[in-house]
Design a protein around this ligand. Structure first.
Ligand code: SAM
Length: 314
């Protein structure tokens, strides 16, 4: 057959063409996504929106974005699924290693010294806000369990939260493709991760000791009040503020500050510098931890804040 025609008896099904997303429809989704998640979709995100929502249209057998919009507005469960599609979930273990270097060299020794002198207790409460598939939360847990072993009386609690239910399910499972292991220091690989074999080949899994200290819940950073059990010694909120508009970033940073202990630290991603914007927070890095500002600091400049009602240590 060289005519290019499909014979009448063929079982071949041609793929459906992706429907057009009209400018007004794009604006409707843009406003909806902004309202529901704080995520700002610029004009350059239009193609991304089409390809991600197209999956939902196909699953629901809808043939226009207008009908999908009506569906999402009427169905809270579909709203959750739409936000799952919109969110960009890229993450890895020990991402931006300078942050973990800073914990190891500055923050953890401070906590240990304060516990030794009775200035603080031995419970450490840490929050990975916008944790995606959990690598950040588990990285924090590995670092904490290593420096503050439960056998020495420490109690570690790591909370991971995200807007996307799809990633939270994966985070709770504590299972990742084996390629992810390359970001994990060898000592931690040995102590905290199991390599799958047989049907589980190609996967890694967090050991029970690690899973016991980490828990996950859905939380929208743009919706207060935050239903979390704080205050926290440490909050990581990295690589999510980039999706928000300026006022939303400020609001989220201020809200997170309310959940910090006065001595606690808020770590932002290095692309998310917000100099001079948070009323109740002040920068401790790169200002006060200058050694970590050097070009040698792996992973870029650090952006760490503390509450203003705490006197910064030198
Ligand atoms: C790129 S990942 C960052 C993961 C991790 N913090 C890191 O730095 O590797 C961004 C995450 O932010 C989440 N997110 C987006 N909007 C959010 C919101 N309004 N509230 C909570 N999480 C949100 C997404 O679902 C996604 O998992």
């Amino acid at each position: 057959m060289d005519s290019g025609e499909v014979p009448a008896h063929s079982s071949l099904v041609l793929p459906k063409p992706i429907p057009d997303l009209a400018a007004e429809e794009f604006h409707l989704f843009q406003a909806l996504v902004l309202r529901e998640s704080g995520i700002h979709l610029g004009a350059k995100n239009r193609a991304m929106l089409v390809s991600r929502l197209w999956k939902r249209l196909r699953a629901l057998e809808l043939n226009s974005f207008a009908s999908y919009y009506r569906r999402v507005k009427a169905d809270p469960q579909e709203m959750v699924l739409m936000l799952d599609c919109i969110c960009t979930n890229e993450t890895h273990f020990f991402r931006e290693p300078a942050a973990f270097d800073c914990l190891r060299t500055r923050v953890f020794p401070e906590w240990a010294a304060d516990a030794d002198t009775g200035k603080r207790g031995k419970t450490l409460r840490v929050w990975s806000a916008a944790c995606s598939t959990g690598e950040e939360a588990y990285s924090l847990a590995m670092a904490l369990l290593t420096c503050f072993p439960p056998a020495a009386g420490w109690k570690i609690e790591v909370l991971g939260t995200d807007l996307s239910t799809k990633v939270l399910a994966r985070a709770s499972a504590g299972v990742w493709p084996v390629e992810k292991i390359s970001g994990v220091p060898v000592e931690y690989q040995r102590n905290f991760l199991l390599k799958g074999f047989g049907p589980e080949k190609g996967k890694i899994k967090a050991v029970e000791e690690l899973r016991q200290v980490v828990r996950f819940q859905r939380l929208n950073l743009t919706r207060e009040p935050y239903t979390v059990t704080g205050p926290f010694d440490l909050i990581f909120c990295r690589n999510v503020l980039i999706y928000f508009q300026w006022e939303t970033k400020i609001k989220v940073v201020d809200s997170l500050g309310k959940h910090l202990f006065p001595t606690g630290y808020l770590f932002l991603g290095h692309a998310e510098s917000l100099h001079g914007v948070a009323d109740k927070l002040q920068f401790v890095a790169p200002k006060v931890f200058p050694s970590l500002r050097s070009p040698m600091a792996r992973g870029g400049a650090l952006c760490i804040l503390q509450r203003r009602d705490h006197t910064v240590r030198d």
